[in-house]
Design a protein around this ligand. Structure first.
Ligand SMILES: Nc1ncnc2c1ncn2[C@@H]1O[C@H](COP(=O)(O)OP(=O)(O)O)[C@@H](O)[C@H]1O
Ligand SMILES: [Mg+2]
Length: 612
């Protein structure tokens, strides 16, 4: 129930529309009923049995008040005048009835359409709000969340689960308002026509509802399996599409398609079984409905034949037709409830995302870092990924304006150490301080504002070159961006692209070479003009030619800044003020290049392996 109310709360801003929806539904039901009421005189004329008591009763136009009687009285008054008019007669009365039927069908449908429009508006708005809530929350979550959760799973929740909710919102309005109103309206009319027959129906309805409820209940568990299965498919799709080059290169298509077939078949099985149950609801309720109608035919027919009922034969037929009509909203209500059940499952999966809390956020009295004046200091820092200790007892000072290089065997923990600075992860032991202020006491925004990061893979977006460089810096002018691109050795190739700075570079920058992409991400860092630079193997993915260009750009970028540089090629960091050798999560050696070479330790060994 709580989940359900939460789902509805996303449409709160539209709650003002609900009364209007209610009104339109009532009006469409009223006009719809009028139609069925008109069947009686229509059939009377056609079957020639116009000795109906109503004809005798309404010889004068009745007084107006809000009741079925007034409507009926007025109708029969005019009906009678047509019949009595020698120029019109039965045919005239028939035309009269048909004209009213057309008018009332018209209004019934206009109001139904207006009601649907409101429904759509509420549904579209609620879904927009839900998507926004998911995106807003997910985009601010800590990095660790995304290594634990599969990306495809998040995508599935954003698409197929949200879609389920969309059905739920409309099922709620139709299942809770429209169908009940229709059913109540029909029943009032049915009672008015024949109380005893309607009592007979009323016993029958709860019994059939109970049977249907049983089917709906068993749907819920399967809905969970179904949504999980679709998540797996999305994850797999995401991985395959982003790695399609490798899939082709390694001739791994067979492997991937097998894996996909497995997942796809699994979903198909769950889906089939779920859909079978869902589909069962309709034939079952139809069968129950027809049973009801047959029972009525038998019971009511007996009454009519024995003249025990006030109904005429024609009225009895109209009554039966109306009962059949009543079954439509009853059926729709039962399918609404099964839709809502599925929506609850989807809702729970979605709220896991909107409720996920970021582990890294500003403390309540976080301080804005104004100036970075002195140094960054790691004090006895220890860090573990999910219980796997990666850094041990790190003590390191990075003084302002100096370049510190991290080197060591891969897997040693260099990247992890660098990720701690912008607080992608928080330290678990010890502390990192910037000018003696613990990182945890600073606002994330001011901390990250001080830093520029260039990683191994340039992270670019399917947008223009200009927007990729300006990225998030809304006030950047073309001059600023160009200046940054020049420093990053990127200007020359940018002006040679089709539209210069307005060229769209494709998903993840796929229309550029590796070196070009990297120079764009350097230009982005230059534009930010950060005081602290973090370069994590920024040239390792490049060929010699572009490495030279990029390295040159990096050297310009580093000038006058505080830098933490992770390099795979030791020649590039020879000049660093201090080289820190990290092995298995510990600092094993530390000092300038010459000092470390003289020491004859791990650095010397790595240097010996290096290619020149
Ligand atoms: N997101 C992660 N989750 C779990 N373990 C990780 C994660 N990232 C890195 N590791 C592990 O942490 C260790 C250090 O990795 P890393 O800092 O990337 O080393 P380096 O940059 O020196 O090559 C490795 O053993 C790696 O397997
Ligand atoms: Mg690394």
């Amino acid at each position: 129930m709580k989940t359900y109310l939460r789902i509805l709360s996303y449409g709160k801003e539209y709650s003002g529309l609900v009364p209007l929806y209610f009104l339109f539904v009532v009006l469409s039901v009223v006009f719809g009923l009028l139609n069925f009421g008109l069947l009686i005189p229509l059939l009377n004329i056609i079957f020639g049995s116009i000795q109906d008591e109503n004809l005798l009763k309404y010889q004068v136009q009745p007084e107006f008040n809000f009741s079925i009687e007034t409507v009926k009285g007025n109708f029969y008054y005019f009906f009678n005048s047509f019949l009595k008019d020698p120029n019109q007669g039965k045919l005239g009365a028939l035309k009269y009835v048909c004209a009213i039927i057309i008018a009332s069908v018209f209004f019934a449908n206009v109001f139904r359409y207006l009601a649907e429009r409101i429904l759509t508006r509420i549904r579209a708005g609620s879904i927009r709000n839900i998507r926004k809530a998911i995106f807003d929350n997910v985009s601010q979550l800590h990095l660790g969340f995304f290594t634990n959760e599969k990306k495809g799973d998040i995508m599935a929740r954003l698409t197929s689960d949200v879609q389920e909710l969309e059905y739920t919102v409309s099922a709620t309005l139709s299942g809770m308002l429209k169908d009940p109103i229709s059913i109540i309206g029909y029943f009032i009319f049915l009672f008015y026509m024949s109380a005893e027959l309607t009592f007979f129906c009323l016993i029958y309805f709860p019994i059939s509802s109970l049977i249907l409820a049983q089917i709906v209940k068993s749907l819920k568990k399967q809905a969970i399996d179904g949504q999980n299965a679709i998540s797996n498919i999305m994850s797999m799709l995401d991985e395959t599409l982003s790695g399609i080059k490798i899939v082709n290169a390694f001739n791994a298509r067979g492997y991937v398609t097998d894996k996909f077939d497995y997942l796809n078949n699994r979903y198909s099985e769950v889906y089939r079984s779920m859909q079978n149950k869902r589909d069962l609801a309709s034939p079952v309720s139809e069968f129950l409905g027809v049973t009801l109608v047959t029972g009525l035919l038998l019971y009511g027919g007996m009454l009519v034949l024995n003249k025990e009922s006030s109904l005429t034969g024609v009225q009895f037929i109209a009554y039966i037709i109306l009962i059949v009509q009543t079954l439509i909203p009853v059926k729709s209500m039962s399918s609404s409830y099964s839709t809502i059940q599925r929506g609850l499952v989807a809702g729970e999966r979605i709220f896991e995302l909107t409720d996920a809390e970021t582990l890294i956020k500003d403390s309540p009295n976080a301080i804005e870092i104004k100036d970075f004046t002195n140094q960054i200091e790691f004090v006895n820092v220890g860090f573990a990924y999910k219980g796997k200790q990666v850094l041990h007892d790190i003590n390191l000072k990075i003084e302002k304006g100096r370049t510190i290089a991290l080197v060591g065997p891969s897997g040693g923990g260099k990247s992890t150490l660098a990720d701690l600075l912008p607080r992608f992860y928080d330290v678990q032991e010890g502390d990192i301080r910037i000018d003696s202020l613990s990182l945890k006491e600073c606002t994330l925004h001011s901390l990250r504002n001080k830093m520029g990061i260039v990683g191994q893979e340039a992270i670019l977006f399917n947008d223009t070159i200009f927007n990729n460089i300006a990225f998030g810096k809304i006030d950047a002018s073309l001059q600023d961006v160009e200046a940054a691109a020049k420093i990053a050795n990127a200007h020359d190739f940018i002006v040679q692209t089709e539209n210069g700075y307005q060229t769209v570079i494709g998903e993840r920058g796929s229309r550029l070479s590796g070196g070009q992409r990297q120079r764009l991400s350097i230009a982005r860092a230059v534009l930010r003009n950060p005081e602290i630079l973090i370069l994590d193997e920024a040239t390792s993915a490049l060929d010699n030619e572009s490495e030279k260009l990029v390295q040159e750009a990096l050297n310009k970028l580093m000038k006058g800044r505080t830098s933490l540089v992770i390099a795979h090629r030791l020649t590039t960091i020879q000049q660093a003020d201090e080289i820190v050798v990290i092995d298995k999560g510990r600092i094993v050696e530390q000092g300038p290049h010459d000092f470390l070479l003289a020491k004859d330790g791990l650095y010397k060994k790595l240097w010996g392996l290096a290619e020149f």
